[in-house]
Design a protein around this ligand. Structure first.
Ligand SMILES: O=C(O)CCC(=O)C(=O)O
Ligand SMILES: [Fe+2]
Length: 285
């Protein structure tokens, strides 16, 4: 098999073919990881994986942690979130929180955590006949597009983020988990591995911008929303069964199209991947 790494969209998205992630060694993984850092979204086609294979491969990117939405975790393997499972309730009604998960708007995963997810990775088990794409956009390009005065205004400014954002709670959280305390992150974030600056922003999870009154914070949030998606920095993923897609939450946004025929299956395994923090590195030594 010939390994091929191919660019997908302008400034974002790269596709790898000709690999089996189950047998990839460190020297085979290194250029794939670098391509992911360079283009934010990495697609690996044509994989046949058991759950443990997917977890094993995912851990090459960092520690895999259970997602706070307990009801959608796999019952035996909590690190795996099931997307598209239990879409219909006992009365046959479509559960929108599951069907449209990730489709309510452009976002980054885990901004509500003290240590936001470094990456999210999905493995496609079932793909509908039409629709159900995932859309991606580059956060470096969003930062680059900000006018200089706004860049200066935001320098060192923190945002407060929570799971439910300004709406309050989320239908995917258990009752006892709804009371989510906001955490704080710089809005202009320097990527720890590439050193590049990106606009770290999520309109659905930001509560407010620290140091502003409500009106100014709301106005800034509305303004930043307008810079997130740059037309020459987008990639739209059309899923095939067996695709693995990983995105870098530190420098990209995504959303599910949420438009496939609901009676069809669209099923993924999903993992949330953390950074190896100093503590994790020390514990491993
Ligand atoms: O299902 C998708 O296309 C993406 C959903 C999403 O936002 C996520 O898994 O974080
Ligand atoms: Fe997401």
């Amino acid at each position: 098999m010939m390994v091929e790494i191919r660019r997908m969209g302008p400034q974002i998205g790269v596709e790898v073919t000709g690999v089996d992630v189950k047998t990839l060694d460190d020297s085979g993984f290194a250029p794939i990881y670098q391509a992911w850092l360079d283009y934010n979204i990495l697609v690996v086609r044509g994989q046949e994986l058991e759950m443990q294979d997917f977890l094993h491969y995912s851990r090459r990117f960092g520690p895999v942690v259970p997602h706070p939405s307990k009801s959608t975790r796999h019952p035996e393997t909590p690190e795996i979130t099931m997307l598209g499972i239990n879409k219909f309730d006992a009365d046959g009604n479509l559960n929108d929180a599951i069907y449209r998960r990730g489709a309510e708007g452009w976002h980054t995963d885990g901004a509500y955590n003290q240590q936001p997810f470094k990456a999210t990775q999905l493995y496609a088990l079932a793909v509908p006949s039409r629709g159900g794409d995932t859309l991606f956009a580059n956060g470096y390009a969003a930062y680059d597009a900000l006018p200089e005065p706004l860049k200066r205004r935001l320098d060192g400014v923190m945002g407060a983020f929570s799971y439910g954002g300004r709406r309050g709670g989320s239908p995917l959280l258990d009752k006892q988990d709804q009371d989510w305390r906001p955490v704080f992150h710089p809005i202009i974030r320097t990527h720890p591995e590439t050193g590049r600056k990106s606009l770290y922003f999520d309109p659905g999870k930001i509560v407010d911008i620290v140091g502003c009154d409500r009106a100014e914070s709301d106005a800034l949030i509305a303004k930043l929303k307008g810079y997130m998606i740059q037309p020459d920095a987008e990639y739209r993923h059309k899923w095939r069964k067996g695709d693995i897609v990983i995105w870098d939450n530190r420098c990209s946004y995504h959303k599910a199209a949420g438009d496939y025929p609901p009676e069809e299956d669209r099923i993924h395994w999903r993992v949330s991947i953390n950074d190896y923090g100093v503590e994790a590195r020390e514990a491993a030594e």
